[in-house]
Design a protein around this ligand. Structure first.
Ligand SMILES: [Fe+2]
Length: 406
């Protein structure tokens, strides 16, 4: 073969490939009606490793092309208490005067947070849904259970309750009350003031897996409001499991019908506060400050297989080093004032504000206030660890990147 012929042969595939694409697109005109697509594009959108310098690129953008059709990216975002709380009070006022209460036609009086990168879906990350609910005095949400895991983080000082598998949990500010998948639960407010809490669920994930279901027919549910009887004394699960390092030997750790639920369902804000503040003189984690995880007391693992819950304290003036991970994290500010820099944005937060740090993006937290800041968080890092997809990196002030393995 001559050199010229060899060159011509080398060039041929480029020309052929264009023709091939056109020919294949022509086939697609016909194949579409059979719900078939002949592949004419490369995979998209992430054609680089997770740790490459993205600087926010791709975040929040709709992926293009058939291969990644409708794939969406979570954006960093902050919801201010000063902006969302007026809506809660307005729906509370409507409900107070309504003949048919919103709790009857909409199940709840709540607002749902929408991540602006997720195209109107009712979710704050790809796996997490967040609703903020307000219960007027006398409101009752009937007993039910569902396959998604759920929790509520209490914003009001006190008032309101959740009953889980026969245990009534009276709610106070900063409490975390879990309703693991497959546990019967009902809610209400028998105090004199409206109460507000934040519901967080792995609903979008379970829905994506087409495994979301709800059951309202609890055998033995009582009264018109259909609530479950309380079969344990208040504080039952805390008495059994509420002290670290000790576990009862005479009970089954199973609650409800779900798989491997965490049997400690009520974490009190007062205990979280005392624990964090008691540790504030320790060195802490350069990427997180003083941080604690809420764990299943039986296994030491995250409370849900999909989501892990944490609380962290940042001391006045504390600035964490940069960190990024292959998990999305949702934060609620319980105390203090500060900022989180993420993906080129600076989110300035104060008490009761809520913000999201998407996966892959460098972030750091700064306490800009005069007092300690306390932030609660929920992350799908638990899921990512369980499926072998969790990675994290830190970057120190000199720009040195280290792998953070947990
Ligand atoms: Fe529920």
């Amino acid at each position: 073969m001559t050199a010229a012929a060899a060159t011509a042969q080398k060039k041929a595939p480029a020309g052929l490939s264009n023709t091939a694409r056109e020919l294949m697109e022509e086939i697609n005109q016909e194949a579409g009606k059979h719900n078939i697509w002949v592949r004419t594009q490369a995979n998209a959108p992430a054609q680089r490793p997770w740790f490459s310098e993205t600087a926010g690129e791709g975040s929040g953008q709709l992926a293009s092309g058939r291969v990644a059709a409708n794939q969406m990216k979570t954006l960093p975002h902050l919801w201010r208490w000063s902006e969302f709380s007026p809506y809660l009070h307005r729906i509370s006022e409507i409900a107070r005067k309504a003949e048919v209460s919103p709790i009857e036609f909409a199940d709840r009086q709540s607002i749902l947070l929408l991540n602006p990168g997720l195209n109107g879906r009712l979710q704050v990350t790809n796996t997490i849904r967040c609703a903020i609910s307000i219960y007027n005095p006398g409101d009752v949400a009937p007993v039910h259970l569902h396959s998604p895991n759920a929790s509520r983080t209490i914003l009001s000082d006190k008032g309101g309750y959740t009953v889980v598998e026969g245990e009534r949990c009276d709610a106070s500010r900063g409490d975390l009350i879990l309703t693991p998948n497959g546990t019967w639960h009902d809610h209400g407010n028998d105090s004199k003031e409206p109460v507000i809490w934040i519901d967080m669920l792995d609903w979008p994930l379970i829905e994506f897996l087409d495994a979301a279901w709800v059951d309202h027919d609890m055998p033995g549910a009582q009264g018109n409001a259909r609530v479950q009887p309380t079969t344990h004394r208040d504080g039952y699960s805390r008495r059994l499991y509420g002290r670290g390092g000790m576990m009862p030997t005479f009970v089954s750790h199973q609650i409800g019908v779900g798989r491997s639920p965490a049997p400690l369902i009520h974490y009190r804000g007062a205990d979280v506060h005392e624990t964090l503040h008691g540790l504030r003189k320790e060195k802490g984690d350069p990427h997180e400050g003083i941080k604690i995880d809420f764990v299943n007391p039986v296994t030491g693992e995250p409370v849900f297989k999909t989501l892990n819950y944490s609380a962290q304290l940042l001391r006045p003036g504390e600035e964490t080093e940069l960190k990024r991970e292959t998990a999305g994290t949702f934060h609620v500010v319980i105390e203090g004032t500060g900022a989180t820099e993420v993906g080129g944005k600076r989110l300035e937060w104060t008490q009761n504000d809520i913000f999201v740090v998407p996966n892959f993006l460098w972030r750091r937290h700064i306490n800009t206030g005069k007092n300690d800041a306390v932030i609660y968080s929920v992350s799908d890092a638990a899921l990512m660890r369980n499926i072998g997809q969790y990675y994290a990196q830190g970057r120190d002030k000199n720009g040195k990147v280290t792998e953070l393995v947990h």
